[in-house]
Ligand binder design. Structure first.
Ligand SMILES: Nc1ncnc2c1ncn2[C@@H]1O[C@H](COP(=O)(O)OP(=O)(O)OP(=O)(O)O)[C@@H](O)[C@H]1O
Ligand SMILES: [Mg+2]
Length: 318
């Protein structure tokens, strides 16, 4: 797998102002992004996500560490590198009196790209902004403005796109739209790094997920692997009749008798690999053992559960 971005030992300490102590926003971060992937960086407020993006996009000067993109060293080839990167910032900073089309076309020019009206039209159409091309930005809704930010970030055809909280404050429909847009970019071979608070978003979109907290990367892995490794299946069987003890045939499974013998609870432990199939097998065993039940309540842990747990564990150890 080809590497598109390679971050090594990245540290950022913001100097303290007045009586405020310095802030270690990034602590020795190593991160490798593969060409063509969608990478979701998850972390709570203040984790360092925007700082990390800022360091790659040149808004934040790293305290130490190295950044290579497209095989170029940021220290030497900053301009060439930056011209191939698109950024949808978390904070809006656009001229509200500017018109949509001009604003997007201008962004392309910023990176020394030749004017290309056909390309700008394509970008605007993809984001359903073509009808709004002559509107002033101030006349657009918040979600529409956010689309303009994406259009601006795409105007110079970047190979690597950063989306810092792309769907914060947009409605469900627009969020779906945004996901579709990102899907299209993936098809075009654009590598996408997005930060989000919405775990659902990472779960839906990402190939790989990184979790960052207090400036440290806690975990980076394929989304499916994270779910497999840290996810868990839980099921509760409500029994027709209370049971005095569990039959021996269940001794290999992570089951307990609870609720005064009225419930059999199955808890696939972290990384045990015990999941839905074992719950189905358990149901069959109960039938064989003549243990009747009236309901099965089953749930899978989501990326959200995993994330909350990881961040809590980190909080407890630091
Ligand atoms: N310009 C700055 N000067 C001083 N401290 C800063 C500056 N920018 C960020 N910080 C601090 O660095 C830490 C990381 O901030 P950052 O904005 O990178 O977090 P984030 O993960 O993007 O958070 P959010 O989810 O709220 O956007 C925070 O403690 C923040 O207060
Ligand atoms: Mg941020």
């Amino acid at each position: 797998m080809e590497t598109i971005l390679d971050i090594r030992g990245l540290t950022k300490t913001y100097p303290g102002r007045g009586s405020a102590p310095p802030v270690d926003a990034l602590k020795n971060v190593d991160l490798t992004i593969r060409k063509g992937e969608i990478f979701a960086l998850l972390g709570p407020n203040g984790a360092g996500k925007t700082t990390l993006i800022g360091a790659v996009c040149g808004m934040v000067r790293p305290t130490s560490g190295s950044i290579h993109a497209f095989g170029l060293d940021m220290k030497h080839d900053w301009r060439t590198m930056r011209a191939r990167i698109g950024l949808v910032p978390q904070e809006m900073s656009v001229d509200i009196f500017e018109k949509v089309h001009r604003s997007v076309a201008y962004s392309r020019g910023l990176f020394g790209r030749k004017a290309d009206p056909a390309r700008i039209e394509e970008v605007l159409r993809t984001l359903s902004l073509w009808d709004k091309r002559d509107s002033q930005l101030r006349a657009l809704s918040g979600g529409m403005k956010r689309r303009v930010l994406i259009a601006k970030a795409l105007a110079h055809d970047p190979d690597l796109l950063f989306l810092d909280e792309p769907t914060a404050g947009v409605d469900v429909e627009l969020r779906r739209d945004m996901w579709n847009t990102i899907d299209k970019l993936r098809e075009q071979g654009v590598t996408v790094i997005l930060t989000t608070h919405y775990i659902e978003e990472a779960e839906e979109m990402a190939d790989r997920v990184g979790v960052i907290n207090k400036g440290r990367i806690l975990l980076v892995d394929d989304k499916d692997a994270i779910m497999g490794r840290l996810g868990r299946t839980e099921a509760e069987f409500t029994l027709s009749q209370p049971l005095a003890s569990l039959p021996a045939s269940l001794s290999d499974l992570p089951v307990t008798l609870e609720n005064d013998g009225r419930t059999i609870a199955f808890r696939g432990g972290d990384g045990s690999g015990l999941g839905k199939e074992q719950v189905a097998a358990l149901a069959q065993t109960l039938v064989r053992e003549n243990i009747g039940y009236t309901a099965i309540d089953q749930r899978e842990s989501s990326l959200e559960d995993i994330f909350v747990k990881l961040v809590e564990e980190e909080g407890a150890t630091s």
